[in-house]
Each structure stands twice: as C-alpha cells, then as structure tokens.
Design a binder for this molecule. Structure first.
Ligand SMILES: Cc1ncc(COP(=O)(O)O)c(C=O)c1O
Length: 439
C-alpha cells in the first residue's frame, strides 16, 4: 500500500482507488502532486449527489438543545480551564495562545454614543487564529482524541462559515491532521487564504443552499466523511463547542469583571458561545441577564415573529445578508435558547457602520459580526435606558483581518449598496447613527 494511502486508513481507499495513481505524479517539477484524498474530495464537490453510487447520505438532524446534548455537556465539563496566558515564559506552540483573551472598557465609544452604562468588550481577536472559534476547535479535537475517535494523521472535515475552519486548520496544522473545509461562497477570501496557508483544502458551496440541501456545505461534509473515511467533529452538535465557553470564556469573563455584570450581550451562529457563556455566567453571577443578537434574514431569535422582516430595510426572513458567521436557517443542537433573556435583531447596514465606529473610536480591529453585536447592544442599552449603575459586556468574536477586502474597503461597501457618505456620517458625526438607523 502506498505510504500516502496508509496514512488515511482503509476507509479512504474506495474513493481514492477510483482515481488511480496518476494524480500522485507531478506534471512538472514545479507543480506539487495532488494528494489522492484531496483529488477525490474535489471530484465529489463537482458531482451532484447520487444515492445509487454513494449510498444514503443524510444531513444531521439538528433539533436545538435536547437531553442527549445536555447529558454530554454535563458529563464532559472539566471545570475552569487553568493556566492563563503564558507571557512570562516561552510557549510550546500557538495552541497555548488560545483563550485568556483581554477585556477592554469601551469608554471612548461610550462617550461618542452617549452610553451611560459601563460598557466592556471581551476581545476574541487575540486568540491565535484570530477568533472566538479557536477555542472550540481546540476543545473539539481534544475531546475526540480523548475518546479515541481520532488520532493524528486522520482526515477531519468541517462545514463552517470560516472561523471554526481557521481554528481547526490551525489545530490540525500543529497536531498533524488532514483538514478539509466546506465553506459557503459568501465567506471572505481572507478566511480562505488563511486556511489554505494552514495547509487545508477548501471546498466552496452555494451561499443560497438551504442547510440540509444536497448542495449545502453541511451535506457535502457528510458525503465526504462517508467516502473518504473522515471525521466530522460537527460544531453544530458537538458538546465540546459550548463547553469551551462554559469552562473557558465565561470563567474568564466572571473573573475579569470581579463577578459584577448586569448584561452579557452576544451574537449567535451555532450558538455555542451563547449557550456556554450564558449557562456558566448565570451560575456564577446571580441576576445577570443575557441578550442575544440575530441578523435579519436568520430565524434564531424568539419569539418567531420578530424574524419575519426588518421594517426599516425590508430584509425578510430566510433571505441572504452580508454579515458572516452569525444567524442560521435552522436551530443548531448546541443552541439552548432557554438561556437567552432578550433578543435583538440587526441589519447589515447598521452592523457595518458600527464596525467602523468601533475601529474609529476604540482602535479595536474587530470583524463584521462584532458590528452586529454592538449595534444590538446599543439598541438594547438605549431602549432600556441603562444608566451608570449598570455594567454590560459584549463579546467581539473576530478580527478585521478577515474582512480587509469587505466592510473595511470603501469600494466594496459602495458596490454592495452601503453608501459611504452615510457610513461616514454615522461614524464621525455625533447623533447621525441614531437618525440613520432609527435608534
Ligand atoms: C465572526 C463570527 N461571529 C460570531 C460567531 C458565532 O459564534 P457561535 O457559533 O459560537 O454562535 C461566529 C461563528 O462562526 C463567527 O464566525
């Protein structure tokens, strides 16, 4: 058996054998050979699903938080993650630079926007891969290793909006897994380039595909896992996702706030951050309230009717929006909506204006979903007239690095219908944001 095949196990052979060995031979000395596993994955991405040839493949059945995940969650918790950022000594690898992120007081932003309450940000761009999702990538791989499900050399396949992908590619690069990422077309080129440089194979799927459609990123990951003998850790139903935040992120926030926090405000993708952070904070800080932010277009917020339509922009439920990483057209199993006390909906334009305002007023080089989170937080703070005696924290999930060619670029903004004169007014002229976005 050729060495390259033995690394990926017997299960990978069926698809790979069909390709023959030709694909392993370089065409010239400047063209690297394509790994047969990757060649097969690329071939499958181009093929329409055919049950007669591939056998039955089904998208997982995501049902929102249920007894099974609740049991797993309770069983696998390890208590507060220990260690902190090892700045005083030499780190063993970038894996040591995941977690233990800083919190920053957003007082300059608060002054410009006349926010009276104490506004704090948990800044997740300081994780090694640049987002909050590094935490779950590390935890899901560690759990799978602990249970004996995977070992270095195996193929990992994940459907993601990019940040979980970057986290997994980073962990895989360090630990020696072969990583394939199934990614909707909408997600930024910066995320794709980062994952490619980390050694992963990226397969794009149509943005408009419903999550369980045969051309979706989730369905493709299930097909590839079956054909290649790979493992989908599946952030949508893996207890390691919320646990990374329950044992990690939330413990850090409670400690950094000295146990004083009135509102925790987060946006929701898989819901792992929301569920894990909210559950632990509610145990540690009695009375803390949790606010969820969901973009128009998505259906995660409750009650269901709030998702129907944005009265200001007309964005309807289950229609495409630009902000990446948050909102879905199904309820992931790791999302426990019981933990959310209030939901706020946001539109793309206010989110991108808010991103630019955070960059301008706080110097925090944050990503697109952070604009949604803070736009939602701002609306909530103003509507509820939160005063000096209240403390609110927002979780800022990723970095501007992912969006240099998107909301950070004036040309991209204009060509996607976001007027830069309006954006600049909202960011630089006091009071304009409220008028433009009806706060
Ligand atoms: C940019 C960004 N923000 C927020 C989130 C939401 O995190 P979660 O999946 O834990 O809900 C994600 C998830 O991928 C993300 O990529």
């Amino acid at each position: 058996m050729p060495a390259v095949m033995s690394r990926f196990g017997k299960a990978a052979l069926s698809g790979v054998q069909r390709l023959g060995l030709k694909s392993m031979v370089p065409q010239s000395r400047f063209i690297a050979a394509v790994d047969p596993v990757i060649a097969r994955a690329r071939e499958m991405q181009k093929m329409t699903y055919d049950a007669a040839k591939e056998g039955e493949v089904k998208a997982p059945n995501y049902v929102g938080w249920d007894k099974e995940i609740d049991d797993d969650f309770k069983k696998l918790t390890v208590g507060p993650v220990k260690g902190g950022r090892p700045y005083g000594k030499i780190c063993d690898s970038a894996l040591d630079l995941i977690g233990f992120t800083p919190m920053v007081r957003m007082s300059r932003f608060a002054k410009f926007f006349d926010v009276d309450c104490d506004l704090l940000a948990k800044v997740e761009l300081f994780n090694a891969g640049g987002s909050v999702k590094d935490r779950i990538a590390k935890r899901m791989v560690e759990e799978a290793e602990k249970s004996g499900r995977i070992k270095p050399g195996d193929i990992l396949i994940e459907a993601t909006s990019g940040n979980t992908g970057v986290g997994l590619c980073l962990v895989s690069a360090i630990k020696g897994y072969k990583q394939i990422i199934c990614l909707p077309q909408k997600m930024s080129g910066e995320k794709v380039n980062t994952m490619k440089c980390l050694g992963a194979e990226i397969l794009r799927t149509p943005t408009e595909a419903a999550w369980d459609a045969e051309d979706s990123h989730i369905f493709l990951s299930a097909r590839l896992a079956k054909d290649l003998g790979g493992h989908v850790l599946d952030q949508y139903k893996n207890a390691g996702n919320p646990l990374a935040h329950y044992d990690g992120t939330a413990e850090e926030i409670a400690e950094q706030c000295d146990g004083k926090l009135d509102y925790m405000i987060m946006s929701t993708g898989t819901g792992g951050t929301m569920t894990g952070v909210a559950k632990k904070l509610k145990e540690l800080i009695p009375g803390v309230q949790v606010v969820g932010v969901d973009p128009y277009g998505s259906i995660l917020a409750e009650p269901a009717h709030v998702n129907e339509k944005s009265n200001r922009t007309g964005q309807e439920k289950l229609t495409a929006y630009q902000v990446e990483g948050i909102g879905y057209d199904f309820i992931p199993t790791v999302l426990d909506r019981e933990v959310v006390d209030h939901w706020v909906k946001t539109d793309d334009d206010e989110a991108f204006a808010m991103c630019r305002a955070i960059v301008r007023h706080e110097g925090l080089l944050i990503g697109g979903s952070c604009g949604s989170t803070v736009a939602g937080a701002y609306r909530f703070i103003k509507q509820n007239k939160l005063g000096k005696d209240k403390r609110c924290a927002v979780l800022l999930a990723d970095s501007s690095r992912n969006y240099m060619s998107k909301f950070m670029d004036d040309g991209w903004m204009e060509s996607n219908g976001f007027s830069m004169s309006k954006m600049n007014a909202a960011v630089f002229e006091k009071g304009e944001y409220d008028k433009l976005f009806h706060v």
